[in-house]
Design a protein around this ligand. Structure first.
Ligand code: IPE
Ligand code: MG
Length: 185
């Protein structure tokens, strides 16, 4: 705790980025190096998320996006996927009160409909509980794929063109941004 505070004091708060994105990786390797099972790494990964969110909220960062589970991650052994989903629910259940105290808002991006129903349910609950907050916005990228995000955006744009609401020549970088999952950020 002391160490974390010292580190925070060394940061120039006028030079903070508005949005920090973190790709969660290496949990399994981290555990293996310590002679432990992969789940041990995932468990400690949850701890890192807790500390990161707390520090970002304290610093006044507006957005932290955690790339926590990719579309490719569905190809992992069922046991591991199940464990990750269980950790996700446990994290949301246990952390929502603290996130609330820290004025953190929660959002989720990705193919949320592919997540198990109990995960979706807990996500909806936590998002609702934290919806009035206006400090840090914590964005969980779940069943997220970069190309998939583009596909869904392009489909929505094509649909507008088909309905005659948009001319192909009027499609700009801004149009694309407005059709990505990150449009509000
Ligand atoms: C990140 O760690 C956690 C998730 C992607 C869910 P990994 O599970 O990818 O760990 P390594 O990369 O195999 O070490
Ligand atoms: Mg990995």
């Amino acid at each position: 705790m002391m160490e974390k505070n010292k580190l925070i004091d060394t940061i120039d708060k006028s030079k903070l980025p508005k949005h920090i994105a973190i790709i969660m990786d290496g949990n399994g390797r981290w555990a293996q190096q310590r002679g432990e099972q992969r789940v041990y790494g995932h468990n400690n990964g949850v701890q890192s998320v807790r500390e990161t969110a707390e520090a970002a909220a304290e610093l006044g960062v507006k957005y932290v996006t955690l790339y926590a589970f990719s579309t490719e991650n569905w190809n992992r052994p069922k046991d591991e996927v199940d464990t990750l989903m269980k950790y996700l629910i446990n994290y949301l259940k246990s952390e929502t009160p603290d996130l609330n105290k820290n004025n953190v808002r929660l959002e989720a991006i990705g193919q949320i409909y592919r997540l198990p129903e109990n995960v979706q349910e807990q996500l909806r609950k936590s998002i609702a509980t934290l919806s009035k907050n206006n400090g840090l916005t914590l964005v969980l990228a779940l069943s997220y794929g970069g190309r998939n995000e583009i596909v869904e955006g392009v489909r929505a744009i094509a649909e507008k063109v088909r309905r005659g609401q948009l001319e192909p020549a009027d499609i700009t970088e801004q149009t694309v941004s407005q059709h990505l999952w990150t449009r509000a950020m």
